[in-house]
Design a protein around this ligand. Structure first.
Ligand SMILES: [Zn+2]
Length: 163
């Protein structure tokens, strides 16, 4: 049976595509050209790119800018955006109604109470998304695919190609 952890998929994609968080911010309110080139190559990173810019703009205005870990913030923003999009593309896909999932505990050290209440429950992927699986900020929960494996695999293949 397949398991899907949207946040881990997002992190793996960013690594696979060669995004280097330490080298994104250029210290002048923008992105380093080399990383921007990497990020712009993949359609699947479009949303992550625009949210990365928003994060940079917000952090750059901060008074204690020197003490901010830009790399960590950009990683959270970009991985979170992609995790969200992975969930969207799975839950909005044509055959989403056939996809049933079992909610799996978060891989993060901290567990969210309202997510922990869902651990082990089986539901449609649409409902899991509505309840915040892979969508709520910082969520690292996963799901075991109970039905609709093939469909999930097809969608994930597309995502892995950067589309
Ligand atoms: Zn969660």
């Amino acid at each position: 049976m397949i398991t899907v952890f949207p946040y881990l998929i997002a992190q793996n994609l960013l690594e696979l595509f060669g995004v280097d968080f330490q080298r994104i911010y250029n210290e002048r309110g923008g992105m380093q050209r080399e990383q921007l080139k990497v990020i712009s190559k993949y359609k699947v990173l479009t949303g992550a790119k625009s949210n990365a810019y928003k994060t940079i703009r917000r952090l750059d205005k901060s008074k204690n800018k020197q003490s901010i870990d830009f790399a960590a913030n950009l990683k959270n923003t970009m991985a979170g955006t992609i995790s969200n999009e992975v969930m969207d593309s799975l839950a909005n896909s044509k055959k989403a109604d056939e996809i049933m999932v079992k909610w799996l505990p978060s891989s993060a050290t901290e567990h969210r109470v309202n997510h922990a209440l869902q651990y082990g429950k089986t539901m449609s992927i649409k409902k899991a998304r509505k309840l915040g699986l892979g969508v709520d900020y910082g969520c690292q929960c996963g799901m075991q695919i109970i039905s609709g494996d093939k469909h999930i695999q097809n969608e994930l293949k597309k995502i892995n190609r950067g589309k």
